[in-house]
Design a protein around this ligand. Sequence first.
Ligand code: NAD
Length: 409
Amino acid sequence: MLETVSHHFDAACDRLGTRDDLRAVFSTPYREVTVQIPVRLSDGLIHNFSGHRIQHNGARGPFKGGVRFHPTVDINEIRALASLMTWKTAAVNIPFGGAKGGVDCTVADLQPNEIEQISRSYIARIAKLLGPTRDIPAPDMRTNAQVMTWMMDEYSRLHGYTPAIVTGKPISLGGSQGREAATGRGLSYVFREAAPSLGITPSEATFAVQGFGNVGSWAARIMQQLGCRMVAVADTSGAIHSDAGIDAEKLTEFTAAGGKVSEFEGADRLEPDEFFGVGCDVMIPAALGGSIHHQNAGRLRCRMVIEGANSPTTFAADAILVERGIAVIPDVIANAGGVVVSYFEWVQNLQYFEWEEREVNSKLGTIMRRTYREVSARAETEHVSLREAAYLIGVDRVIEASEMRGYVS
Ligand code: NAD
C-alpha cells in the first residue's frame, strides 16, 4: 500500500513540478512514535503489545486519523494510511493534517476489560502528542465508539474533560449525529454527482459491494434509497449474486443478527474470485486495501468503481482500469465522508453544541459535491484521471500551506 500511495504522490509531484528536496520531505512522516503496551491478560501472563502513532503532515491543521486494533498492524501500512489522510483532508479541504495509529492486538481474543486496558495504556503513552489542536484520533478497523470513549476518558483524566480529543464517540458523549452512516452517505453523494457524466441514471443503476461492514452496508442502503439495485455482495464468508436484486436493508438486519452474507436466502452463491466479474454499473470495494489488482482488474464488468475502502486498487490495476475506460472515483474523495463528519463532531465539541442529523447530512453533501466538482474540473482541464486530479489538488494545498507557514522554505 505504501508503494501505491507513494506512486500517486510522486505522479502528482511530477505534474506539479515539485522540487526533489521538497518531495523528499513529504515522502516521510513528520513524526513516528512506537510505544510498548504491557497488559496482564486472563491467562495470567503479561502480553507486550506494540502501539504506533504516525503523524504525516500537520501544515493545514491538527493531525487526524484513525487507530486500528489488528494483529497484522504493520508500520509501513500505517505510514501509507497516515499520508493518505494528509492528501484526503486536503482534497476535501477540511482543516486537518494526516495521521494514523494502531496496536497489534487481536480483539476477538480479548475480554472487554483487556481491550479497555490496551486503549487506556495506548493513549496514556502517546498523550503528549495529542490534543484537540494537535492530533485527534478516531475509530478504524476493530475500534469503535466504546474504545473512543475509553481513550477520551483517559486523556480527560490527565487534562480535564476533553471531548474534542477523539471523534467517533457515542452520541451521548459528544459524538455527532450522522457519523455512523457518514462514509457510505458521502460515497452516495459523490455517486449522484458523477453518474450523469457516465450516462448512468441512479434510479436504474445496478451495483455490487465487496465488504458489508460499516461502509459497505451504509453505502448499499443509501444507494438503494436512490433506487439503485444491489446485484452482488461479498464479505469474508463468501459472495452472493442476484440479477433481481438483493435487499440491502434485509441483508443488514441479517448480518447485524450474526448472519453471514454467504448464507443470505434468495441469492446465488459465487466463488469469491467470481465476484469482481459480476456485470453491474457500479463496483464498490469496501473491504480491504489491494483487493483490485493486476490479476482481476481485467475482469471487472462495470462502468464505474467507487472506492469505499482505503487504497483498494493497486497502482498496476489503476492503470488497467484507466486503459479500459472504467471511471474510478478514488478513495481520497469517495470515502472522505467519515473524516468530514469527524470534522463536524470536533467543531460541535469545541463549541459544546449539537447539530441535528439533517444539518450534518446537508453540510456533508455540500462538501462532497463541491469536492467532486473541483476534482472533475481539474481532471478535465489537465486531461488526467480523477485520482490524479484529487492528488494534484491535495498535494498542491499541503505544499502551499507548508511553504507559507515556513515548514519548508
Ligand atoms: P468493517 O470492519 O465494518 O467491514 C469490513 C467488511 O469487509 C466486513 O463485512 C468483512 O467481512 C469484509 N471483508 C474483509 N475482508 C474481506 C475479503 N477478503 N473479501 C470480502 N470481504 C471482506 O470496516 P469498515 O469500517 O466498513 O471499513 C472498510 C474499509 O473502508 C476499510 O478499508 C477502511 O479503512 C475504509 N474506510 C472506513 C471508513 C469508516 O468510516 N468506517 C472511512 C474511510 C475508509
